[in-house]
Design a protein around this ligand. Structure first.
Ligand SMILES: Cc1cc2nc3c(=O)[nH]c(=O)nc-3n(C[C@H](O)[C@H](O)[C@H](O)COP(=O)(O)OP(=O)(O)OC[C@H]3O[C@@H](n4cnc5c(N)ncnc54)[C@H](O)[C@@H]3O)c2cc1C
Length: 339
């Protein structure tokens, strides 16, 4: 069960409970990876897990999890790595991974089970919570104590503090809200198994189509150049790609640009896309709809280029330029070249 609202200072009894239970806290982090490389958000999730107190075990499930398990064993703060190998774990389908998590939890009960709030984590966390008959807590941005978490509501326009009274807290973590754990400095033991809690009866991984790009990955990029409907066509996005490549930035987009077919939907930033918080976010030809702001307003510096001085994006921008983007961006680009 979840209690939402402003949580008052803990009573003496609650403090006693939390310090007594803290000794027994143990967290299972579900690693996200592609079979070869650990997804960066797992490191941020490990940092969130470290704020819960107690030992951190990381589960690496996969068709061949060994390499990723080795990587995870070196991450600072990790006490143990459980590597579960099974051909049916290819693609990390929720239906295959969930029984593996439940089996691990049956063996050594955890007080917390956490995953990054990526598409992977957003799918698996509610499934695990359903199996354990507890309420999941999605997309946390802060940890107040081992049972109290901070998350956003209404497209980031309200912040809720929620307290869970469930025996197991099943949580997804907004990776941009936590620093990544150090990738080195740890020496956790790796426990390998190939036992088959894997359920292959419900779904099978057939294949995937990945967008190939040499640009930095959106979720981890320090600089993002993002375009909206104003770009008017797929071809015109080249202006942004050229500029982004010059400054080593990732490229993002609004839903309007995705729906118009200018870019693929993995570039969408916002409430129904990716949530990013780079050092610099450049919103180009973007009005600043509430659903877009939900995905980027925690960026350190926001720059907006828009020809409408009344565009809502200027209310969140640190620097704004009222100008036609087709004039401003090539000009900016040429200035960078001149540097
Ligand atoms: C449930 C729901 C979920 C949603 N999720 C998302 C989401 O995740 N992400 C998202 O982005 N949106 C999302 N949306 C859509 C959102 O409401 C807006 O429609 C969308 O963000 C608008 O995109 P835009 O800023 O590119 O387009 P517009 O709102 O059309 O803005 C274009 C802007 O470009 C400016 N402009 C035009 N021409 C030029 C030029 N030549 N030079 C400079 N500026 C120019 C205009 O002044 C305008 O401000 C969601 C909507 C709903 C209902």
């Amino acid at each position: 069960m979840l209690r939402t609202g402003l949580v008052s200072a803990p009573t003496a009894a609650a403090r006693l409970f939390s310090s007594a239970s803290a000794r027994f806290a143990s967290t299972l982090v579900i690693a996200e990876h592609d079979g070869a490389v650990l997804a960066a958000g797992t490191l941020n999730t490990i940092t969130a897990a470290s704020k819960l107190g107690g030992n951190i075990t990381v589960l690496v499930a996969g068709a061949s999890p060994k390499a990723v398990a080795d990587t995870v064993s070196k991450v600072k703060g990790v006490s143990k790595v459980v590597a579960v190998e099974h051909a049916g774990l290819k693609g990390l389908l929720t239906e295959a991974v969930t029984p593996v998590v439940i089996a691990a939890h049956k063996k050594t009960p955890f007080t917390h089970i956490v995953a990054p709030a990526t598409t992977f984590g957003k799918t698996i966390i509610p499934n695990i919570a359903g199996k354990l008959d507890v309420a999941p807590i999605s997309d946390i941005i802060g940890v107040k104590s081992e049972d109290t978490f901070v998350r956003t509501l209404y497209a980031g326009n309200a912040i809720a503090t929620v307290q869970s009274t469930d025996a197991v807290k099943v949580v997804s973590v907004r990776t941009t809200a936590f620093e990544p754990a150090a990738a080195t400095g740890g020496s956790a033991a790796v426990e390998s198994s190939s036992d088959g809690a894997v359920d292959q009866t419900q779904s099978v991984f057939v294949g995937q189509e990945l967008v190939k790009s040499d640009r930095p990955e959106l979720a981890a990029a320090q600089v993002i150049v993002s375009g909206g409907r104003a770009l008017k066509s797929k071809e015109n996005f080249k202006i942004l790609y050229d500029f982004a490549d010059k400054i080593g930035a990732a490229v993002g987009a609004t839903r309007a640009a995705v729906e118009a077919g200018y870019v693929s939907n993995d570039l969408q930033i916002g409430q129904t896309g990716k949530i990013v918080a780079p050092t610099l976010y450049m919103a180009i030809g973007i009005s600043g709809a509430i659903q877009h702001l939900a995905g980027m307003k925690d960026s350190k510096t926001i720059v907006a280029i828009n020809k409408d001085p009344e565009a809502p994006i200027f209310q969140v921008a640190d620097f704004g330029l009222v100008e036609d983007l087709f004039k401003a961006v090539p000009e900016l680009s040429s200035k960078v070249k001149a540097k």
